[in-house]
Design a binder for this molecule. Structure first.
Ligand code: GLP
Length: 265
């Protein structure tokens, strides 16, 4: 795991955007795995800016989102499709046909839908770079604690904590879905690179469990310890419970020399 500790959320988004831009500039047919939540919003803003100001091209990019609420219409305000459209897809020159979310409606079989989504990823050649956030309970995508490390795209019931954490995004009285389709942990681990961003004190425990804790279904993000190329970008608050902060800071200055000479990947 490469753990990068930066001063603040803006630096986290800036560094993550350099990774994304490097992939989409260097690969002929880049495939990105995307995440929703508050954390990646600044990353998307930076990508939009780089498209507007420096002509960064998205026309050849294919995307797969981690998750989508069960039985929600694409045009619903709360759907992750709407989130992506507002924050990224509508603001860059990506072809809508190349953007995918793991949808499943009431009358559809979630197992079949999960399989279809996995097949689409395979057909695209696999995910090159998967962007991730982390839940306060250590979830990635909507892989809640107890998720199998072998899991693939499927329907999950959200935990009370996740429902409470995400309730801030819903208006009083507005229906909040309790189930979601999500890439599995195994699906995420299949990506060639994974890049997880975490900011703020409320993520510090989950971040410490993910990096220093045992491999455990209690902290689904700990599965990233098994990944060959996992990059974790943190602000100081999210890193505050890590015992080895000095080592990570020092290792990073060393890594920067290699990055400058050979690029990020
Ligand atoms: C949501 C998403 C995750 C996201 C997490 C953290 O439940 N399914 O992909 O990483 O919550 O969200 P936030 O960045 O808003 O803290």
């Amino acid at each position: 795991m490469q753990v990068i500790i930066l001063e603040n959320p803006d630096e986290v988004a800036e560094h993550a955007s350099q990774w994304v831009i490097e992939f989409i500039s260097k690969k002929a047919k880049p495939v990105l795995g995307l995440a929703t939540g508050s954390t990646p919003i600044n990353l998307y803003k930076k990508l939009v800016k780089s498209h507007q100001e420096f002509d960064i091209d998205f026309s050849h990019v294919t995307t797969f989102n981690l998750d989508e609420y069960h039985n929600i219409n694409a045009n619903n305000e709360q759907s992750y499709r709407t989130f992506m459209t507002k924050n990224l897809f509508d603001k860059v020159n990506i072809n809508d046909k190349n953007t995918h979310l793991p949808t499943c409606h009431q009358d559809e079989n979630p197992r079949q839908q999960g399989f279809v989504f996995e097949e689409k990823i395979k057909k695209a050649g696999g995910i090159d770079l998967q962007i991730l956030g982390i839940g306060a309970n250590g979830h990635i995508g909507f892989n809640e604690p107890s998720s199998s490390f072998a899991s693939r795209t499927r329907l999950k019931t959200l935990t009370k904590q996740t429902l409470e954490d995400n309730s801030r995004l819903f208006k009083t009285g507005e229906y909040q879905p309790t189930m979601a389709m999500t890439m599995g942990i195994s699906t995420i681990l299949d990506a060639q690179y994974v890049l997880l961003m975490a900011t703020g004190k409320n993520k510090a425990n989950a971040v410490n469990e993910m990096i220093s804790g045992p491999l455990s279904a209690k902290c689904p993000a700990s599965a990233l310890q098994l990944h060959e190329h996992a990059i974790v970008i943190l602000d100081k608050e999210a890193a505050s419970k890590l015992p080895d902060q000095d080592y990570y800071l020092w290792a990073n200055t060393e890594h920067q020399k290699i990055n400058q000479a050979y690029g990020l990947f």
